[in-house]
Ligand binder design. Structure first.
Ligand code: KIV
Ligand code: NA
Length: 277
């Protein structure tokens, strides 16, 4: 498969071909995404919860995201790689947003960055794009600011809210975003906005009208043990398989069933004789 390009994503939208996006946070999960043939890999700040154990996405730092993104990049050859700019790393000014985005591109080899919300983030998106770095937008349920939008709940469920959401999406598109994530909004709202969207819309809990879908790696594989949102579909039960594997190992260590001779190293007979002497 050829490398996925920004042009390829636009062509997929034009052709009505669904775009597949998944998160990844390390080298092996990137290799899994590569092998599965996905189109876009996102190093989401969901890493704060899925791999760092925080209760929200807010605490993850730029340095942590840089390390995870670089690891993912080493595991990818084909998909487009997008990195989330974490909370507090881009909101203050255009200068801060550009500097943070540049750090990600320089040190991780990611193709693009993602920022959350409309409003002041529209200006941040425009500034990063003007600096030559592609930006993905993110509207609807924006976990970095969940506290200000009533928590982890669907957005755009009133006509007024839906109109505001539509305006944010259009503003991000006009600011030059190459794609926009719609998270946790009524399917009917996505459907209503789609005719005005010229760039790919990647949905998560936004219904079937979006140009593509994204899910969190640990959610779709059943690795994450916390609360799962309504939009999560579990395609595997990997956590059970991992617990079963480690439990079987622990049992064999305790019963001395492991290791067996084939797991050990031999030494030349004459060296063994010299050792005994
Ligand atoms: O952090 C994340 O995983 C995300 C996706 C769910 C879009 O932002
Ligand atoms: Na995110």
């Amino acid at each position: 498969r050829p490398r996925v390009t920004f042009g390829a994503l636009a062509a997929m939208k034009a052709a009505g071909e669904p775009i597949v996006m998944v998160t990844a946070y390390d080298y092996p999960s990137a290799q899994v995404a590569e092998a599965a043939g996905v189109d876009v890999v996102l190093v989401g700040d969901s890493a704060a919860m899925t791999v760092l154990g925080h209760e929200s996405t807010v605490p993850v730092t730029v340095d942590e995201m840089l390390m995870l993104t670089a690891a993912v990049q080493r595991g990818l050859a084909t998909p487009l790689l997008v990195a989330d700019l974490p909370f507090g790393s881009y909101e203050a000014s255009d200068e801060q947003a550009v500097a943070t985005a540049q750090r990600f591109v320089k040190t991780t080899g990611c193709d693009a960055v993602k920022i959350e919300r409309g409003g002041s983030s529209v200006d941040r998106a425009r500034a990063i794009v003007a600096a030559g770095i592609p930006v993905m937008g993110h509207v609807g349920l924006t976990p970095q600011t969940a506290a200000t939008i009533g928590g982890y709940r669907a957005q755009g469920r009133t006509a007024e809210e839906a109109v505001a959401l539509c305006e944010s999406a259009i503003a991000l598109q006009d600011a030059g975003c190459f794609a926009i994530v719609f998270e946790a909004i009524p399917s009917a709202v996505t459907e209503a906005i789609m005719p005005r969207m010229e760039v790919p819309v990647i949905g998560i809990g936004a219904g079937p009208a979006a140009d593509g879908q994204v899910l969190v790696f640990h959610d779709l594989l059943g690795i994450y043990d916390g609360h799962a949102a309504r939009f999560v579909k579990r395609y595997a039960d990997v956590r059970s398989a991992m617990v079963a594997g480690v439990t079987a190992y622990a049992d064999e260590v305790r019963t001395r069933a492991y290791p067996q001779p084939e797991h050990g190293y031999g030494m030349p007979a004459e060296e063994a004789a010299r050792l005994r002497a």
